[in-house]
Ligand binder design. Structure first.
Ligand code: OSB
Ligand code: MG
Length: 374
């Protein structure tokens, strides 16, 4: 038996980014997030964050759609089940196809309430094995090589342990060369294409092969999300280890991708795989097969960031994640800011996610609130 939830609050917040974030699929100037609060009967308040973007460009989900499916199809299943434990939520919602980010937000808010009532932290519950996690940073596509070097220099000075460059066809080889030549061989450097390349295009293959000399830690998600076999074929053509992000939607898909040789590394995002509990299963599948993982990010507020950092403290998260400090994204976060210390963030230790939204931030950034009662 779990928590009896009397009501959920769907709260939209819109926070300006300190710098526009350009990827191969969009340029974002704000984070428009959906926070899901749960009001347990005679119990604590839980928080969840839905990581869907405004537009369905990274994945089919988008934030208005996520709010709609949560309200109309997911919450009614929770209300009908009389207080599910967090570990039962995924099964309970499984008849609804897809929508992993929406489901993950609902599972997260219930898990937070449940753990708060038990006095247990996310880290303890998920199996964290360290108190601090190494952090990397994801750098958006910049207007010039000089500008990119300048931006990267700031992050290196801040202490980040791994630099990830967003790339796309036409903004790839010269950017990577520039950064590698400027910072030298010791910089842990990776790239993320967000599915912008195709094996049908010889120029794309040539560009990916031209990255070989730059000793990349990984090339993340070069091909389409559904094309796991294509990544296995690409692995035979390039030296850079392939990391999958968009393609990995469950522990099962991780097992398949590893078995056919599609990737050497996996980026785990709880929202993309339907929740923190499935994320732990992905971690376990990878650990058993000797595949290192790291925690991805979706420009989370402090709410999602707190839980991501707990996840990133599990034993097989051996590479620095996209778990950057609050000020890399926001001048003012929803929670107290996460601050980098020697390239690391501290895993929250309080019950549940271990952080609370600041009333002043909620007031400043909320664009709408909807209460859905039993
Ligand atoms: O592909 O990892 C990605 C942000 C939004 C959507 C997809 C991705 C990203 C990032 C940023 O790379 C990671 C972060 O700092 O949160
Ligand atoms: Mg990615």
């Amino acid at each position: 038996m779990g928590m009896q939830i009397d009501a959920f609050e769907l709260r939209r917040v819109r926070i300006p980014l300190v710098t526009p974030f350009r990827t191969s699929f969009s340029t974002e100037t704000h984070r428009d997030a959906l926070l899901v609060r749960s009001f347990a009967h005679d119990g604590p308040t839980g928080w969840g964050e839905c990581v869907a973007d405004v537009q369905p460009l990274y994945s089919p989900e988008y934030v208005d759609g996520a709010a709609d499916v949560i309200e109309r199809y997911l919450i009614p299943r929770i209300f009908a089940s009389h207080g599910p434990a967090a570990e039962d939520v995924a099964k309970l919602l499984s008849r609804v196809q897809g929508h992993p980010m929406a489901k993950a937000a609902l599972e997260m808010t219930i898990l937070d309430a449940e753990l708060k009532s038990q006095g247990i932290s996310f880290g303890q519950r998920l199996g964290a094995s360290r108190e601090r996690v190494d952090c990397g940073v994801s750098v958006g596509i910049q207007g010039s090589v000089a500008q990119l070097i300048d931006t990267v220099a700031g992050y290196v000075a801040a202490g980040y342990k791994r630099i990830k460059l967003k790339i796309e066809p036409g903004s790839d080889v010269q950017f990577v060369r520039g950064v590698r030549e400027h910072f030298g061989p010791d910089l842990l450097l990776s790239t993320d294409a967000n599915a912008a390349y195709s094996l049908d295009n010889p120029a794309h293959i040539a560009a990916m092969q031209a990255l070989d000399p730059f000793a990349l830690l990984m090339l993340e998600q070069p091909l389409a999300p559904a094309d796991i076999p294509g990544h296995a074929a690409l692995a035979q053509l390039i030296a850079s280890p392939i990391c999958l992000d968009e393609s990995i939607v469950s522990a099962k898909s991780a097992r398949y991708a590893i078995e056919i040789g599609a990737c050497k590394i996996i980026n785990i995002k709880p929202g993309r795989v339907g929740g923190y509990l499935e994320a732990v299963k992905v971690h376990n599948v990878c650990a058993e097969r000797g595949i290192p993982v790291w925690c991805g990010g979706m420009l989370e507020t402090g709410i999602g960031r707190a839980a991501n950092i707990a996840l990133a403290a599990l034993p097989n998260f051996t590479l620095p994640g996209d778990t950057s400090e609050s000020k890399r994204y926001f001048a003012q976060d929803i929670t107290e800011p996460f601050v980098l210390e020697h390239g690391q963030l501290r895993v929250p230790t309080g019950p549940g996610i271990g952080v609370e939204p600041l009333a002043s931030s909620l007031k400043e950034f909320t664009t709408s609130v909807k209460l859905i009662s039993r």
